[in-house]
Ligand binder design. Structure first.
Ligand SMILES: Cc1cc2nc3c(=O)[nH]c(=O)nc-3n(C[C@H](O)[C@H](O)[C@H](O)COP(=O)(O)OP(=O)(O)OC[C@H]3O[C@@H](n4cnc5c(N)ncnc54)[C@H](O)[C@@H]3O)c2cc1C
Length: 492
């Protein structure tokens, strides 16, 4: 049996649950289903279970615009974020729309039917299940759920201890009293190190090169004060906007005055670690701030762990793993009982599903991205992809609202198909993501290009996107077509 829905949403993480809310409130006459490959909702916030897992942006912007974040901590732990998502799904009756254990593997568009045929594999038996829909909304995140990025280290098979990747944290791992080496310098490494240092004998953060690390209080004093005085929604809206505007200001200043920003950020680290610590070597990257993502640490916990002696940073290249630890290119050896390879994610666009349009292969990586969510020449398909310089949800919210706007426009015009077309415009292709980080560079060929001008250019700016997506033209660069066929009178 093939079931039909107006909209198929793929994924029940922040984006997919947000999509459910927006469809219910802004396009309530449209039927929808959320196909989720895993057995639970939450996506990232359910998958990652490593010690200390937390947000690295504030919950007033990582939370939805429509549901106030009411906990005291602005930098929240993974469990609280998951509870917030479960609560959202419950409050808005979204859970009944979710089909768990349905992993979508392909989608085929037919112009004649104005529909996608979506094929999923159900359960461990991978039973084939087929749906049709008029609009496909990919809320599948941006990385491979099945495997993380795991470079091969020579000698790894000789290491006598345990090697762990944070994406697949073993529930039985007991590291108390053990010597731990965490390989990496990104958000996961700076989260793990202070947390594991609480009980491990010692934790070494082993990095090839440093990252910018900025400390912020885990609790937002002003937000907590305001919440006691104003209704929850009003207080949330004020703090959310303050954080959006402050984030945009901080980002634009760092891009405009990179040298001053660099001195400032590194200066803050020096203030925490004192004049005798080699901040130059361990916390001063060669690139400018925001050429790669900044790492946020709450209440300077990483620096406190270093000062307390429970953790240390080594900035060197690895030669090989040995039975007892890791030998560096300098010849020095780091002893370890547990090695954590916090070497990152494997980026993936639309979870690698196979797409066709009228029988021909459709490859989003060869297309131009439209308004940060659709793809040239691929009809009735949007992807929720958040900001790289601000909280993901800010953009996910705008994308969900825009998809509803598009659906309502198609309905009002009696047209069943919306296809972004580049036309004759003189649009030069540019990289989709401009980060120099290894994980982005490794995946650059998988991503579409953005264009040099509207509506193909990514703003990476919430205020601009809000104006463009809420009030801008829906016709710009978009071909609306495919009226529903008139009923055949003779047949009647
Ligand atoms: C450890 C970690 C910490 C992060 N911290 C922050 C932060 O503090 N701030 C921030 O802005 N961003 C952060 N991010 C980015 C984060 O992923 C986003 O904030 C957000 O959770 C993404 O939500 P999403 O719903 O778009 O995708 P995901 O959370 O990745 O959810 C995607 C869902 O789609 C499902 N899915 C995927 N493919 C298929 C398929 N083919 N068929 C069916 N289902 C499928 C998955 O199972 C999953 O449930 C972090 C990421 C990680 C890994």
């Amino acid at each position: 049996m093939i079931e039909h829905f107006d909209v198929v949403v793929v994924g029940a993480g922040i984006s997919g649950i947000g999509a459910g809310y927006h469809l219910k409130t802004q396009a309530p006459d449209r039927s929808y289903v959320i196909l989720e490959g895993r057995d639970r909702l939450g996506g990232t916030w359910d998958l990652f279970r490593y010690p200390g897992i937390r947000s690295d942006s504030d919950m007033y912007t990582l939370g939805y615009s429509f549901k106030p974040w009411t906990e005291a901590k602005a930098i929240a732990d993974g469990g609280s974020i998951l509870r917030y998502l479960e609560e959202t799904a419950r409050e808005h009756d979204i859970e009944r729309h979710i089909r768990y254990a349905h992993r979508v593997v392909s989608a085929a568009w037919s112009t004649a039917d104005a529909a996608w045929t979506v094929t999923a594999e159900r359960g461990p038996e991978q039973e084939r299940v087929v749906f049709t829909c008029n609009f496909l909304f990919m809320c599948s995140g941006y990385y491979n759920y099945a495997k993380g990025h795991a470079p091969e280290f020579p000698g790894a098979e000789q290491f006598a201890g345990r090697i762990v990747h944070p994406q697949f944290w073993p529930a039985d791992l007991d590291y108390s009293g053990k010597r731990v080496v965490v390989i990496g310098s990104g958000a996961t490494a700076v989260t793990l190190v202070p947390e594991m240092a609480k009980t491990a004998a010692h934790v070494t953060m082993l990095q090839r090169s440093p990252t910018y690390v900025v400390s912020r209080p885990s609790e937002d004093g002003f937000a907590n004060w305001l919440r006691r005085r104003l209704p929850g929604k009003a207080a949330y809206a004020i703090v959310r906007w303050r954080n959006v505007l402050f984030g945009q200001y901080f980002y634009s200043r760092t891009r405009k005055y990179p040298e001053q920003a660099k001195q400032r950020i590194v200066g803050w680290v020096r203030d925490h670690l004192g004049p005798d610590y080699d901040v130059e070597k361990h916390f001063t990257p060669k690139y400018n701030p925001w050429d790669q993502r900044l790492c946020l640490v709450p209440d300077a916990d990483l620096f406190e762990a270093i000062k307390g002696g429970g953790a240390s940073v080594v900035t060197e290249r690895i030669e090989r793993f040995t039975p007892t630890g890791i030998r560096l290119e300098t010849g020095e050896e780091l002893s370890a009982d547990v090695i954590v390879t916090a070497t990152g994610l494997e980026l993936q666009l639309m979870s690698g599903i196979t797409l066709t349009v009228d029988g021909g292969a459709a490859d989003p990586s060869k297309s131009l991205n439209y308004k940060g969510m659709m793809f040239s020449d691929i009809p009735n398909l949007a992807l929720s992809f958040g900001y790289t310089n601000a909280s993901w949800t800010l953009k996910a919210d705008l994308t969900c609202a825009y998809v509803c706007r598009l659906l309502n426009t198609m309905k009002a015009r009696g047209l069943r198909q919306a296809t972004p077309r580049v036309g004759d415009d003189d649009v030069a292709p540019e990289p989709f993501l401009d980060f120099t980080s290894g994980y982005v560079q490794r995946a650059v060929d998988l991503f579409p290009k953005q264009g040099s001008k509207q509506p193909w250019k990514l703003h990476q700016n919430y205020t601009k996107d809000l104006m463009a997506l809420r009030f801008g033209s829906v016709d710009e660069g978009m071909e609306f077509s495919n009226p529903a066929p008139k009923p055949d009178r003779r047949a009647a």
